[in-house]
Design a protein around this ligand. Structure first.
Ligand SMILES: [Zn+2]
Ligand SMILES: [Zn+2]
Length: 346
């Protein structure tokens, strides 16, 4: 099955238009020395995939079709190149999606996730919405054999959530999570597991609010209700925006108490204006952006938290599809009402 030249199925962004996705076939090529062949078991749709699907201005600027889609996955190593270290045939793996150069000033500071020559998995044409993917071996993280693929496939986005929750120093207080898409839900679950005193989650979707409560929010409300339901705004010790919307970001910053932290995770598609004097400077709110995971530390933190997150992770994966049903899967993920949508490959 994994002989050179054998064909496998994958999803390709084939045209520079909205939609423009097709099921295609590739044949297995020889591995380069620093690569590994992974048989994909599960892969998940992420916000980045939806931007690429919709072909918004950001996607059009950063990508050139045709290229293979998908970057969040779990699988098993089928073969390794001659110089691939730390992974072996048979290992259960997920992948970091930030490929650092290892030599620039940021890398030397231990900040490979913001490497000055950063390459990201989504732009390598390695696609995880596929039966197989050939991956730079050093991106792979070997996972405990007992970890279900359903959970392993969540580790990459969970890393962002765990980092945001840790940076918010949530163990000491009251947290607001704005946006209950997959990253928001994972953030609620991570904050709960890290011992947040209380968590309020805000979203426009009733279904997502229901899931937020199941996975750890003490209160789940529409953003417009925030003032009325929680008393005065500005009394959260920390707020995490995962929506990336101008309104969500404004809500997160304005809801943070003086001296608290506003953590920004969601990526706005255009510049956002904020009343810095009123909401940040005069109230000494600390603004912090989060972009990806610390390349080793966060993965280890996620692994340590996993036993406390198992039930929540099961609830956050709301839909599972076979690859052939990709149109339906993308429709569900785009509707703004689901948790995580995963493809079942093996
Ligand atoms: Zn992703
Ligand atoms: Zn670098």
């Amino acid at each position: 099955m994994t002989e050179l030249g054998s064909e496998y199925k994958l999803l390709v962004k084939s045209a520079p238009t909205a939609g423009g996705v097709a099921l295609a076939q590739r044949s297995l090529r020889p591995l380069q020395d620093d690569e590994a062949l992974v048989r994909i078991h599960r892969a998940a749709i992420c916000g980045t995939d939806l931007h690429i699907l919709q072909w918004n201005a950001w996607a059009a600027k950063n990508y050139v079709p045709p290229f293979a889609l998908g970057h969040e996955f779990s699988g098993v190593v089928e073969a390794t190149g001659a110089s691939a270290r730390d992974v072996a045939v048979g290992d259960k793996v997920a992948a970091e999606t930030h490929l650092a150069c290892g030599a620039c000033a940021q890398c030397r500071l231990g900040r490979g996730h913001t490497c000055l020559n950063l390459r990201v998995f989504t732009r390598l044409d390695r696609g995880a919405f596929a039966e197989f993917a050939i991956v730079p071996a050093r991106l792979l993280r070997v996972l405990p054999p007992s970890l279900p693929h359903k959970h392993a496939c969540l580790m990459e986005p969970l890393g962002i959530a765990v980092r945001a929750a840790i940076e918010s120093r949530v163990g000491k207080g009251r947290l607001l999570v704005v946006g209950c898409g997959p990253i928001g839900l994972l953030t609620v679950a991570a904050a709960k597991a890290l011992g947040a005193l209380s968590i309020v989650a805000a979203d426009l979707s009733e279904n997502r609010l229901r899931i937020a409560q199941v996975v750890g929010a003490d209160m789940a409300i529409e953003p417009a209700q925030l003032d009325a339901e929680t008393g005065r705004s500005g009394d959260f010790d920390a707020a995490i925006d995962t929506s990336g919307s101008a309104r969500g970001i404004a809500t997160a910053i304005a809801s943070t108490r003086p001296g608290g932290s506003a953590i920004l995770v969601g990526l706005p598609s255009e510049p956002v204006s904020v009343d810095l004097a009123r909401h940040v400077i005069l109230r000494e709110v600390a603004l912090r952006g989060i972009y990806g995971r610390l390349l080793h530390e966060t993965w280890l933190e996620v692994e340590q938290l996993l036993p406390r997150l198992a039930t929540a992770l099961d609830r956050i994966v709301t839909h599972e599809f076979v690859l052939a049903d990709y149109e339906q899967a993308f429709a569900v993920a785009s509707a703004g009402d689901a948790g995580k949508v995963q493809f079942l490959l093996t």
